[in-house]
Design a protein around this ligand. Structure first.
Ligand code: SF4
Ligand code: SF4
Length: 77
């Protein structure tokens, strides 16, 4: 199953990735990074299809998408 990884210290909580995701897989979480932004996290009960839209939209390159969990597959961002 595809997997998205959030580099939390890069996230500025803009929400663009959340709007871009067709599966509703991302959300703003309750925790803050060192810059004071509430960073994005994966939403429970949803699945990633590996489309890469979120990573393409992120202006801060805070997301990495992998085709298969646990392997460094195609990285789209
Ligand atoms: S790769 Fe696609 S499905 Fe997966 S979190 Fe990003 S936008 Fe959503
Ligand atoms: S698009 Fe990037 S910076 Fe904006 S909320 Fe998503 S991960 Fe954070």
């Amino acid at each position: 199953m595809p997997q998205v990884r959030v580099l939390k210290e890069r996230c500025k909580s803009c929400g663009l990735c959340i709007e871009a995701c067709p599966k509703g897989h991302l959300e703003i979480g309750p925790r803050f990074n060192a810059q004071g932004y509430a960073y994005v996290r994966v939403r429970r009960g949803t699945e990633c299809v590996g489309c890469g839209f979120c990573a393409e939209m992120c202006p801060d390159m805070a997301l990495r998408v992998y085709r298969e969990a646990g392997r460094r597959g195609k990285k789209t961002g």
